[in-house]
Design a protein around this ligand. Structure first.
Ligand code: URA
Length: 481
């Protein structure tokens, strides 16, 4: 038996150094006791770094390092053993284990990574700085993350609040930004942070104004903003009274709204997609038939049906929401601004767009006219439902190995309405027929982020899309079968 003692349990460098020494010495996973954060073992075991070198340094796939970086931030004491076991298996005849979502070790690693990402997301959303009394432009926030994520998330705050001095205190460490450089120090207590900020009163007034009672969904709200974070949030004190008054405010709003005029022009007979599309018909026949679709009212104001495009034997099917203005005019998916961002992401990942099949959950552009502009409107679930058989027809004919859902509408079409995009993004799912799929945000969502958050949103999006590079048998170019 050997021990691997890590000075910092979450540090990739510490883990990498010990894991490399163990692999070079040929020490099997079950022969290592991983000890971190000053933890002592029961037995005095020799350290793996002192083991004799018997093998050359192993090649570690980049995808593994990406996973390890995230998993190491988790508090699970078994995570080092889990990561080393994965590494050992990669080096001993199982190079595809990272791309096997059904593998028990891989499933556990993805679950830990997901919990860390969710914790980081909550930290970005719920840290609240308070000004230090008497020290203008110096702010302190107290926060209690569930995992070791401070070092991972602090650069986000450094970019976002570059112009002020701040510190984030957590029980085990602190991050300090002096306006120029980020440094880390020891942990603190809630008493080290100011407990009131005059600016909060203003923030509460603003929050009460923008609170829309018609959009109140208490279940979603507590899911997105779990109660354990409420103590950090000045607006949380307002929530009980805002929620209580929501019903009355909605009734008042409804009384104020005038009824929409009734449509008088009779709708033409429907061409239901499944009626005349027999299974043996080709993708081209399906595309032709879709041009006459009248299964929902979206066909009428739209210019044309925008069907999917790409090789019929593509390994990857990328699913968007619905065509936008430019797609509606050109008849091709993803040619407008969101499509340009998608092209950039694919280029950054070394993936050739021409090898993918691109399509949308809804095939007609839904918009609202404002003067000469046509503004995008989200499709309703009924529109997704009406288009379902076109999409099913495309999937049936292309038979992709992987489906990537871009945004909530695509995820709804593929996974149904129990799917939580922001929690489950970037994780492999398996559909009932064995097809693998994952969802991530839509490129248009990234374009809608405030300028100071776009870069990070884009980087996180790339991280999700990078899953495509873990496909077995060729990655970057994603060649045809
Ligand atoms: N957004 C989509 O979801 N699909 C497109 O084709 C264009 C923009």
């Amino acid at each position: 038996m050997w021990s691997a003692v890590l000075a910092l349990s979450w540090s990739v460098e510490s883990f990498r150094e010990a894991a490399r020494a163990a692999l070079r010495a040929g020490i099997a996973p079950e022969c290592i006791e991983w000890l971190a954060d000053g933890q002592g073992g029961l037995l005095a075991l020799p350290d793996v770094r002192d083991a004799p070198v018997l093998h050359p340094s192993p090649r570690v796939p980049r995808a593994f390092l990406g996973i390890a970086e995230t998993v190491l931030c988790h508090r699970d004491p078994q995570r080092h053993a889990l990561l080393y076991r994965l590494l050992w298996r990669i080096a001993h005849g199982e190079p595809h284990v990272l791309a096997t979502p059904t593998d028990a070790d891989m499933r556990r690693a993805m679950q830990l990574a997901q919990e860390v990402r969710r914790d980081a997301h909550k930290m970005k959303a719920f840290v609240r700085f308070r000004e230090v009394p008497g020290d203008h432009d110096n702010f302190i926030a107290w926060f209690e993350p569930s995992h070791h994520i401070l070092q991972r998330v602090a650069p986000f705050f450094a970019r976002r609040f570059a112009g002020m001095r701040w510190a984030i205190l957590t029980p085990e460490a602190s991050a300090i930004w002096d306006g120029e450089a980020l440094s880390f120090g020891p942990g603190g207590t809630p008493a080290d942070a100011p407990d009131f900020d005059a600016g909060e009163e203003l923030w509460r007034t603003y929050y009460a104004h923008i609170f829309n009672p018609a959009r109140l969904n208490p279940r979603m709200m507590t899911q997105e903003m779990p109660q354990r974070y409420w103590k950090h949030l000045p607006e949380a004190h307002l929530l009980p009274s805002l929620i209580q008054g929501a019903g009355m405010r909605v009734r008042e709003m409804a009384e104020r709204e005038h009824a929409a005029p009734k449509r008088r022009i009779p709708a033409p007979p429907l061409v239901l997609p499944s009626e005349d599309i027999r299974r043996e018909e080709s993708l081209a026949a399906l595309r032709n038939a879709a041009q006459g679709c009248r299964a929902c009212p979206l066909w009428e104001p739209a210019t044309q049906t925008v069907f999917g495009e790409g090789p019929e034997d593509a390994r990857v099917l990328l699913l968007g929401e619905q065509p936008g203005d430019m797609e509606d005019l050109s008849g091709r998916p993803f040619v407008g601004p969101a499509g340009k961002l998608l092209d950039r992401a694919l280029a950054d990942l070394g993936i050739d767009r021409a090898q993918l099949y691109l399509t949308n959950a809804v095939k007609h552009f839904r918009f609202e006219r404002r003067g000469k502009f046509r503004l995008h409107r989200n499709p309703e679930p009924s529109h997704v439902q009406a288009c379902r058989s076109w999409l099913a027809g495309e999937i049936e004919r292309v038979r992709p190995q992987v489906i990537v859902c871009l945004g909530g509408t695509a995820a709804l079409a593929v996974f149904g309405n129990g799917f939580r995009l922001m929690e489950q993004r970037g994780t492999w799912q398996t559909l009932h027929d064995g097809t693998r799929a994952f969802a991530t945000v839509h490129p248009a969502w990234i374009l809608r982020q405030p300028a100071d958050r776009q870069q990070e949103a884009y980087a996180n999006w790339l991280d999700d899309l990078r899953l495509l590079l873990t496909l077995p048998a060729g990655n970057a170019a994603i060649p045809h079968r």
